[in-house]
Design a protein around this ligand. Structure first.
Ligand SMILES: [Zn+2]
Length: 137
């Protein structure tokens, strides 16, 4: 058991991500806006200050939706050869709606993964000499 986890059995990041809930208790809301995180969980009080997925969600969503929609576009073009306007009215809305629909769950999933795996920016153990151990001061 690590501190902060004594009374909780955190759900899988996939589950809390899909439900867009708190990564610790699985109940409180994660978002207060479309993509803005709430300051803390309204159920268990977990401070969401640790969460900083940066442009990770956008990267995963753009790549995933882009590859999928492009694959379907290419398949439709090869099999049916529709006029170009069919692609304009299907591919662009599919890209936009696909990205908007998946951004929140993907961001929630990354935040939950950060919480479960305790990911944070890299820190140096020691900033001093080679033989300097800051724990033995
Ligand atoms: Zn919570």
């Amino acid at each position: 058991m690590t501190p902060g986890h004594e009374f909780f059995d955190p759900p899988s990041p996939i589950v809390s991500g899909f439900r867009q809930r708190c990564p610790r208790c699985g109940e409180g809301k994660l978002f207060k806006g479309f993509l803005a995180l709430a300051p803390a969980c309204d159920h268990c009080g977990l401070d969401y200050g640790f969460a900083e997925p940066a442009d990770g969600p956008a990267f995963f969503v753009m790549s995933g939706v882009g590859i999928l929609v492009t694959f379907v576009f290419a398949w439709v073009e090869v099999v049916y050869r529709p006029p170009i306007w069919v692609h304009f009215v299907t591919v662009f809305p599919a890209m936009i709606l696909g990205c908007l629909a998946t951004l929140r769950p993907v961001k929630a999933w990354l935040v939950a993964s950060q919480f479960v795996n305790k990911a944070e920016e890299g820190k140096f153990e020691s900033l001093g000499r080679h033989d300097h151990d800051p724990r033995r001061l």
